[in-house]
Every structure is written in C-alpha cells, then in structure tokens.
Design a protein around this ligand. Structure first.
Ligand SMILES: *[C@@H]1O[C@H](CO)[C@@H](O)[C@H](O)[C@H]1NC(C)=O
Ligand SMILES: *[C@@H]1O[C@H](CO)[C@@H](O)[C@H](O)[C@H]1NC(C)=O
Ligand SMILES: *[C@@H]1O[C@H](CO)[C@@H](O)[C@H](O)[C@H]1NC(C)=O
Ligand SMILES: [Ca+2]
Ligand SMILES: [Ca+2]
Ligand SMILES: [Ca+2]
Length: 224
C-alpha cells in the first residue's frame, strides 16, 4: 500500500509541473519593436564611431531581469581589439527564470557570450558604460568595453567585459518602471581600418503594472 502511495507521489511529481515550470528561452528579435516606452536611458560619453542600428523590445509585460555580454578579450599589442561587441537582455514577466525572451539589437561578431547575470528579484533600471577614449591616429581603439546595471532591488551587476577606459556617469533611471528594450550603436567592419564594434547603447523603460503573478510561489505580488 505504501509502495503504491509513493509511486503515485512520484508520478504526480513528474506530471504535475504546470506551464510555469517549463523552460522557455527565445529571441524576440524585432517582433515587439512597437511596444510603447515611457522613457529612454542614455549616456553622453559613448564611443563616437558608427550608427544607431535598430530597437528590439521585450514582449508586453516582460522586463529585463538579467543580461549577458559578448566580449572579445585582449588580442595582444599587434592585433586589432574590439572589446565589447554585444549586450543581450533577458526578459521575464515575473521573478521566474523559466520563461524568457532575449533582445539585443545589432551585435558585433567577435568574442564569446558570457553566462547571464540576473537581479535577485526585480528588474534592470539604469546603466553605466565603460568606454575607452580615442587613442590617436595610428592606435587601436575599442570604444565600449563593459557595462554595469542597477537592479530595482539594489544590487549592481557588472558584465564580464574588458578593462580599457573608465566608467562614466550613470544613465537616467527608469523610476518605478523597468528596462524593456535596447538599441545599439555599431561601427561597421572596416576591412582596412581599426574596428571598434559596439560603441554606445540606449535602453527603453516601460510601464510596470503594480501586480504580477509569481509562478514559483503561485501568488500575485506587487512590484518593488
Ligand atoms: C553609418 O551608416 C552609413 C550609411 O549606411 C555608412 O555609409 C557608414 O559606413 C556607417 N558608419 C559607420 C562608422 O559604421
Ligand atoms: C569571463 O571571461 C573569461 C575570459 O574570457 C572567461 O574565461 C569566463 O568564463 C567568463 N565568465 C563568464 C561568467 O562568462
Ligand atoms: C576589421 O575587421 C574586418 C572584418 O573582420 C577585418 O577584415 C579587418 O582586418 C579588421 N581590421 C583590423 C585592423 O584588423
Ligand atoms: Ca590590440
Ligand atoms: Ca580596434
Ligand atoms: Ca567595443
């Protein structure tokens, strides 16, 4: 009898997970580019090369809860460095990490993606960029090197970037809203010249509803 009971429990444990517990991770691309935003976060000291590319937005009710960076680590003195090449936001609609979309706008082709880093709870609300200033006519420029984000629940997350340049001031913040989209400024690859890849970035803030559903604890909670 007890054996049957435990078998039933085991069967329940295997088959009961609801929709919330399935892992889902997919690039949203530009599918949600028309999602309205409440403000834009910028810094004044981004790299000077390249053009703004295109915005990518998290789906409605999804906000950036984490990020990863694509970084080309030091190539050495005689080789062309590009340092930070891309920033990918991980968007969730609650505090679970099991159902997420990613957005990244235009990304450079050098380097590897870091493991994602997440706010313990809450969403990304502000950023700071590490930028190397212009190195002079025949030197190797890299422009943007790394990024930090502030979470709505306080901790600061720093990317796994490179060390050239310095961090400038923090961007504006989203206030009670959260980061929900990204647009990058990229230098096109130059077959003869010095490449810098990602130079600057701006993020979009979207309105956060006061209530959201937390799948893990099966409760409605208010945003922090
Ligand atoms: C910016 O875009 C223009 C027009 O597409 C292009 O000709 C130029 O090379 C781009 N500049 C850089 C630095 O990527
Ligand atoms: C950070 O970059 C170093 C150097 O490439 C790499 O070995 C390490 O695995 C990276 N860490 C993360 C968290 O991606
Ligand atoms: C810049 O990138 C292009 C495309 O990958 C490459 O052909 C070129 O050699 C790079 N420039 C330098 C100075 O390495
Ligand atoms: Ca170099
Ligand atoms: Ca370079
Ligand atoms: Ca760069």
């Amino acid at each position: 009898m007890a054996g049957l009971f435990y078998t039933l429990l085991a069967v329940l444990a295997v088959f009961s997970p609801g929709l919330c517990e399935k892992t889902f991770l997919q690039s949203a691309g530009v599918a949600f580019k028309d999602r309205p935003h409440t403000s834009e976060l910028t810094v004044s000291y981004g790299g000077q090369w390249g053009n703004w590319t295109w915005p990518e937005m998290c789906p409605d009710n999804f906000f950036a809860v984490g990020f990863s960076v694509r970084v080309e680590h030091s190539q050495g003195p005689d080789l062309d460095d590009t340092a930070l090449n891309g920033i990918r936001l991980f968007c969730s609609k609650d505090d679970s990490r099991d159902f997420m979309y990613t957005v990244e706008s235009h990304t450079g082709y050098y380097g590897d993606w870091s493991e994602p880093q997440y706010c313990p709870t809450g969403v990304l609300t502000s950023f700071q960029l590490r930028v190397e200033p212009y190195q002079g006519p025949s030197a190797d420029d890299t422009a943007a090197n790394n990024i930090k984000f502030l979470c709505s629940t306080d901790p600061i997350l720093e990317g796994n970037g490179t060390e050239w340049g310095e961090y400038g001031d923090w961007s504006q913040g989203c206030g009670k809203d959260g980061i929900c989209g990204i647009d990058t400024k990229m230098e096109e690859y130059d077959p003869n010249g010095d490449n810098t890849s990602l130079n600057d970035v701006r993020f979009y803030c979207c309105l956060r509803s006061l209530l959201f559903y937390n799948c893990k604890y099966d409760i409605l909670i208010t945003s922090i």
